[in-house]
Every structure is written in structure tokens, then in C-alpha cells.
Design a protein around this ligand. Structure first.
Ligand SMILES: *[C@@H]1O[C@H](CO)[C@@H](O)[C@H](O)[C@H]1NC(C)=O
Ligand SMILES: *[C@@H]1O[C@H](CO)[C@@H](O)[C@H](O)[C@H]1NC(C)=O
Length: 449
């Protein structure tokens, strides 16, 4: 049960690779009567930060990354099981938004994921009234089998589609652990108001799944929500997490203009020519020009090159709302660990590793003092843009009286990239200005914005 979202997400990713690799000429944007491509568009939604079931986020991002970055490995259900994917995060945090889908709209909860492409809704999970009911929407349609994207693509990334008895595009996918995901590829609109809706978008429609939420795929791939809806920009503000609170604090999500954007500092998204073959690069990710890390005002001795993709594409730094913690390649991770050891080494818990990932951990009672000794942490980007993690939030309460620095080693995920996770995007506006190929940051109190 708990794994199904991750598996769905993995499946979505598999499909999305197929999309990006397929030699089809299909263009989802050729008919475009009522897209969101309007400079004055500004739609605001609330966003919550909620724990998901075990395995979800970490596992999904693991599969995402390992499959895109190890193209020589056959992407089979077995390949990801070679990694240590059992390191579940009990409180894996996901960002959830509620969006109006169909005509008339049905509100669906979706996991906001800047690290994946195809969006996904839960369909017809009767008797669950929160799932989407296609029969109630006049704009819903299922892709027929002869649709250009409903066919196996290149051999390495076979899109597991088939034709069901109604000649609808259907896929079913078995995983090595025996779980199973299936559904249709469909087209459906998002309807924000009678005059504001998207064109019909290609979505996955899960017929069988244990989870309540769908996924809103927000990366740069051509089948992501922003690409299909021709959205210029979107932004979010992640509220500070409160694990023990009964109600989760509410943040914000904008489609289009954000009224606070005059305070944002922007960095350009790094893009790479398709002709440049970089097997370890995820070309649909939001790759940022990170240049360094400071701790307690001290610039760590990390070469800016370790945050940039090398010729093979290893080392890109992506910002991902769908991954909880931050993961760094060894050259960067080692320098952070050395600094933490230097400052608070004797207080660090010996031989303790949280869920196989976080190893810089302390007794909860020491956490305020540890924060003061470490100081604020800053991720530095080009053009002076910075993400500041205040000393009071540098450690995460992982339960059982233990607090850990929210940074792990990319190698434990089996990936060669740096990922900035949602733990390090709290109390911050993050704007994805897709049309200008840049990402903006602005400090905020997200529980109030
Ligand atoms: C853009 O959106 C605004 C408000 O949402 C609306 O008033 C305006 O007519 C739209 N412009 C176009 C060209 O659709
Ligand atoms: C910085 O790191 C490099 C490589 O790890 C090392 O050779 C160099 O001596 C370091 N510089 C300082 C000032 O510590």
C-alpha cells in the first residue's frame, strides 16, 4: 500500500522518459484555445506540507534519478531494487495542492513535484468520494490506442502500454516486489473559472492505487503541467513543518504572477543542448548554478565545479519539491561533515544513521545549542542569490528525541547529482519562471503569505 505512490511516480517517470525519448512528432500544444498563457494570470491556492506514507518520496526520487542517470542499466523493475531503497522516511514530507479538474471541476489533492513530468490523478476509486469520477466530467476523454504517444518507444525505455478491449490506451506494470499499477492515459482540463481553463492535458488516470493524492508533474519536460498548459511561471511558499501539530500550517501556491515577485532574487536555469550527449543528466530538471555553501559565516572549501554537471552530466544541482532532504555529491558532503565535526563533533551521536541517510545527528535536548554553534547555513548561487537556512531550523526533528542535519550523501541514493529538497525550501518563495528560464527566491513567512 505504502509503496504504491512511489511506484506510480516511478511509472510516471518511466513514461515520461519514453515521452522525451520517443521520436514521435506529436505536439501537445498545437491546438491551444484557452491556455494559461496570459501575462496577467495570477491564481492562488493553498499548499500544505504533509507526511506521506513510508517509502514515498525518497524512493520515488531514487527511481527517478537512477533511471534517468543510468541509461545503460536496463530500466526494469529490478534495477532500482539494487539500491538501498528500503531506507524509508516515515515522515517523508510532500507538498500538497488542491486543484479543480474536469468540467464541472472536481477538487483533487495532488503532490506538487518539480522533479517529475507526467501528472496523475486518482480515478474511480469507489467508494472513495475523494477520487476523480470521469463519468461526471464533460471534458474527460481516454486516449485511443492509435494516439501517437500510446505506443512503445525505443527499446530501452519501452512504454508499457497496451490496448484494452475498448481500444483505449492502457498500461499495466508489474514491479519486482509484486505490486502492480495500472490505468489509462487520458485527456482532461483544469477549470479554474468559466473563462479560465487549460486545454485538455494528457494525464495518467489511476484505476488501481492505494493512495489518495495524485501528482502534479512540474518539470521542464514537454508533457509536464506547465509545458502542456503553456504556463509562464508558478511559485510556492513552503510553511515550516510541525510534525507534532494536529493541523498542518498552510502555505501558498501560485499559477502565473506572484504579487511578491519584486522581492525575488533570480538565477538562470542551466540548459544543455540536446546535441551534447550527457548520459547522467536529467535534462527536464530545474538545474541551478549553485556555487558554494557557507556555514556560520564561513565559506566551505568546496569547488563550484562539484555543483555543475561534468561532460557526462554528473553533478547537476536540481531543485526538487518532491524530495524531502538535500543530497550532495561526496566532494561537497565530505566538506560539510568535516565542518560539523570540527564545530560540534563531540556532541554528534556515534554510529547513528537515520533511515540510512542522515548521519549528522544529535540529542534533541542539545539542538538549540548545536544550531548556535553551527550557525546559519547558506546555499550560494550565481549573481549573489542565496538560500538561507537559519540556525534554528538547521536540524530536523526525526523523532525519538533525535535531531539531524537535513543533508545526505547522494551516493546513498545511487545518484551522481545534487538535489535541494523541500526541507531546505521552507519559509521561502521559490518561483519557477519557465518562460524566462530562471528561478527566483524570496524570503517569506509562508504560514502567513
Ligand atoms: C488575461 O487574464 C486577465 C485576468 O485574469 C483577463 O482580464 C484578460 O482579459 C486576459 N487576457 C487575455 C489576452 O486573455
Ligand atoms: C581546499 O580543498 C582542496 C581539495 O580538497 C585542498 O587541496 C586545499 O588545500 C583546500 N584549501 C584550504 C585552504 O583548505
Amino acid at each position: 500500500m505504502a509503496q504504491s505512490k512511489a511506484l506510480l511516480k516511478a511509472l510516471i517517470f518511466l513514461i515520461s522518459i519514453c515521452f522525451s525519448s520517443a521520436k514521435s512528432n506529436y505536439n501537445p500544444n498545437t491546438h491551444n484555445p484557452s491556455s494559461l498563457h496570459n501575462k496577467s494570470l495570477s491564481l492562488s491556492f493553498s499548499l500544505s506540507s504533509l507526511p506521506l506514507s513510508p517509502h514515498s518520496t525518497l524512493r520515488a526520487s531514487l527511481i527517478k534519478s537512477s533511471s534517468s542517470q543510468r541509461p545503460k542499466t536496463q530500466i526494469s523493475p529490478n534495477s532500482y531494487l539494487n539500491y538501498d531503497v528500503r531506507s524509508s522516511f516515515k515522515y517523508s514530507m510532500a507538498l500538497i495542492v488542491s486543484l479543480p479538474i474536469g468540467t464541472p471541476p472536481q477538487t483533487q489533492n495532488m503532490v506538487l513535484d518539480t522533479g517529475s513530468q507526467l501528472s496523475w490523478i486518482q480515478c474511480n476509486k469507489k467508494p472513495d468520494p475523494t477520487s476523480f469520477d470521469p463519468a461526471l466530467s464533460s471534458t474527460f476523454s481516454i486516449l485511443p490506442c492509435n494516439h501517437p504517444i500510446c505506443k512503445p518507444a525505443i527499446p530501452d525505455y519501452t512504454l508499457p502500454t497496451s490496448c484494452d478491449q475498448n481500444r483505449h490506451c492502457h498500461y499495466s506494470y508489474f514491479y519486482a516486489d509484486g505490486t502492480y499499477a495500472e490505468g489509462n492515459l487520458v485527456k482532461e482540463k483544469l477549470t479554474f473559472s468559466p473563462s479560465q481553463s487549460t486545454p485538455p492535458l494528457i494525464l495518467g488516470c489511476a484505476a488501481k492505487s492505494a493512495e489518495a493524492e495524485g501528482i502534479l508533474g512540474m518539470n521542464l519536460g514537454r508533457f509536464s503541467f506547465p509545458s502542456q498548459a503553456k504556463l509562464n511561471k508558478f511559485s510556492y511558499c513552503v510553511p515550516t513543518r510541525q510534525r507534532l501539530a494536529k493541523t498542518s500550517p498552510t502555505g501558498s501556491f501560485y499559477l502565473g504572477q506572484n504579487p511578491n515577485s519584486n522581492t525575488f532574487a533570480y538565477v538562470n536555469i542551466l540548459t544543455f543542448p540536446k546535441s551534447q550527449r550527457m548520459p547522467n543528466l536529467d535534462p527536464s530538471a530545474y538545474t541551478l548554478p549553485m556555487v558554494g555553501i557557507r556555514m556560520g559565516g564561513r565559506k566551505l572549501n568546496i569547488s563550484a565545479a562539484v555543483f555543475r554537471p561534468n561532460l557526462g552530466g554528473s553533478g547537476q544541482t536540481m531543485i526538487d519539491s518532491g524530495t524531502e532532504y538535500t543530497y550532495l555529491v561526496d566532494e561537497a558532503y565530505t566538506k560539510i561533515r568535516e565542518e560539523v565535526l570540527r564545530l560540534v563533533g563531540p556532541k554528534m551521536r556515534k554510529n547513528y544513521v537515520y533511515e540510512n541517510t542522515l548521519e549528522m545527528c544529535f540529542n534533541g535536548g542539545d539542538s538549540i545549542m548545536i544550531g548556535r554553534l553551527l550557525g546559519d547555513m547558506v546555499f550560494e548561487f550565481e549573481k549573489g542569490a542565496e538560500v538561507l537556512i537559519e540556525k534554528s531550523r538547521i536540524l530536523d526533528d526525526v523523532g525519538s528525541g533525535v535531531h539531524c542535519l537535513g543533508i545526505g550523501r547522494s551516493e546513498t541514493l545511487g545518484i551522481p547529482s545534487n538535489i535541494i529538497g523541500n526541507f531546505h525550501q521552507q519559509n521561502l518563495w521559490v518561483e519557477f519562471d519557465v518562460s524566462n528560464r530562471r528561478v527566483g527566491f524570496g524570503r517569506a513567512d509562508c504560514s502567513r503569505s
